[in-house]
Design a protein around this ligand. Structure first.
Ligand code: GLU
Length: 427
């Protein structure tokens, strides 16, 4: 029987191994291996046909010792409370590793937004906020977009929060449209941040970025902007793997001389599905889901969901792969980590690699709270600085101690959070 993958067990397993290395005391270990608080609730929505559907929603606050909890809300049909728990825990480490004064949280709704009309989605967003209005807010917990949620969802949520509490409070949520308190650069931030860390890793590995090839899993917000930035810096993307909403399967679109992002976007529908016939006409090879691992490339960027590089498929990674940059949260299982270590592939772990999104969210929150907005260049410049600094702090520790990059990132993050808990007198 195939073992059911549980993201929270994996997050705890990763944490436990490092807590032991750090000789963290029992109380701190127990406190940090569980979420501090979680809210489980129902969101009834009046559907367009007049019936009422009840959705299950969550908000999990893993830790807020370093500042208000922070993290996205996912809309996904396979969402589970354990996935949300894992993601909230990873947010705590993410904010700590890039040293922004925020804790970790995550939310979710079990739903498939593809099957909901815009009006139904709005009702769901407003209903979600009504259930947690006492538990989120600029100084408590600040949600943001994640898988299948977008700036429009965020602005509906902000509006509902402001209607209930009165007054303008744009700092309640990030990832808003720029017209209503969003930050310039937020859309690009996660993908660009991934490539800032890739650029730094390549320079440590003494590999020229010009001419470097990447194979990417995913074609959503993170993947698209990572691809754009990499191409801008002189690299190319030889493949993207993308979910096909009509076939309920993923495919890898391959072009060894380099994909054209704008062309692929022009043949992608509003659900993110790439038109296979038109891709074929343009001489893209269309291969099965896992084929992105096996393309001849120096860099792999998993930028879709968790649990994608596993003990079962890691052997398929092309022998030229030198670097894995985890754009997604939790894409690599501990079994795959063992294979990556064994092959000496350099890893930029998820909560470091994809921290550009939350870092820009932090900038957005600061701007929203000040009601004073910065030019895009300034946002991206500050983002680059934060990502570059955080990357080298982790890589230096990995070099000094011989630890795997994931463990080095955990060591830095856990120590920061543990210190905050200790200083507050929690442990
Ligand atoms: N959902 C993104 C993440 O996983 C961004 C979170 C945020 O901006 O708060 O990092």
């Amino acid at each position: 029987m195939v073992k059911q993958f549980n993201a929270f067990e994996m997050a705890q397993q990763q944490f436990d191994a490092v807590a032991e290395k750090l000789q963290l005391d029992g109380g701190t270990t127990e406190l940090l291996r569980w979420p501090l608080r979680e809210y489980h609730f129902l969101v009834p929505v009046r559907m367009d046909d007049g019936s009422v559907r009840v959705f299950k929603g969550y908000r999990v606050q893993h830790n807020d010792a370093r500042g208000p909890a922070k993290g996205g809300i996912r809309f996904h049909p396979q969402e589970t409370v354990d996935t949300v728990r894992a993601l909230s825990m990873w947010m705590t480490w993410k904010c700590a590793v890039v040293d922004i004064p925020l804790g970790g949280g995550k939310g979710g709704v079990i739903c498939d937004p593809h099957n909901l009309s815009p009006r139904e989605q709005e009702a769901l967003c407003r209903g979600w906020i009504r259930q947690v209005v006492r538990n989120v807010g600029p100084v408590q917990d600040v949600p943001a977009p994640d898988v299948m949620t977008n700036p429009q969802h965020m602005v509906w949520m902000m509006d509902e929060y402001e209607r209930i509490t009165g007054g303008h409070q744009p700092g309640v949520i990030t990832g808003k449209p720029v017209e209503v308190g969003g930050s310039l650069g937020r859309t690009e931030a996660t993908g660009f941040g991934v490539v800032y860390t890739v650029r730094e890793a390549l320079s440590r590995l003494r590999i020229q970025i010009e001419g470097v090839r990447a194979s990417i899993q995913g074609f959503g917000n993170v993947a698209q902007y990572a691809a754009k930035k990499l191409i801008e810096l002189g690299g190319s993307v030889v493949a993207v793997a993308c979910w096909d909403n009509d076939d309920h399967a993923a495919y890898t679109f391959v072009k060894p001389e380099g994909i054209d992002i704008d062309f692929l976007l022009s043949i992608t529908d509003r659900f993110g599905t790439i038109d296979k016939d038109r891709a074929r006409e343009a001489k893209y090879d269309i291969l099965p889901a896992d084929a992105w691992l096996a393309q001849e490339a120096e860099i792999l960027i998993p930028a879709a969901l968790e649990n994608q590089i596993t003990g079962d498929n890691a052997a398929q990674m092309h022998r030229r792969v030198k670097l894995i940059a985890e754009g997604a949260n939790g894409p690599t299982t501990p079994e795959a980590d063992a294979i990556i270590k064994d092959r000496g592939i350099f890893l930029i772990p998820d909560f470091l690699c994809n921290a550009g999104g939350v870092t820009c969210s932090y900038f957005e929150q600061v701007q929203s709270n000040m009601n004073f907005y910065w030019p895009k260049d300034e946002v991206l410049e500050r983002l680059d600085q934060k990502m570059t600094q955080a990357f080298h702090a982790v890589a230096d520790l990995a070099d000094e101690t011989g630890e795997y990059m994931r463990d080095a990132a955990y060591m830095i993050a856990i120590q920061k959070v543990a210190t905050a808990c200790r200083l507050r007198g929690w442990v």
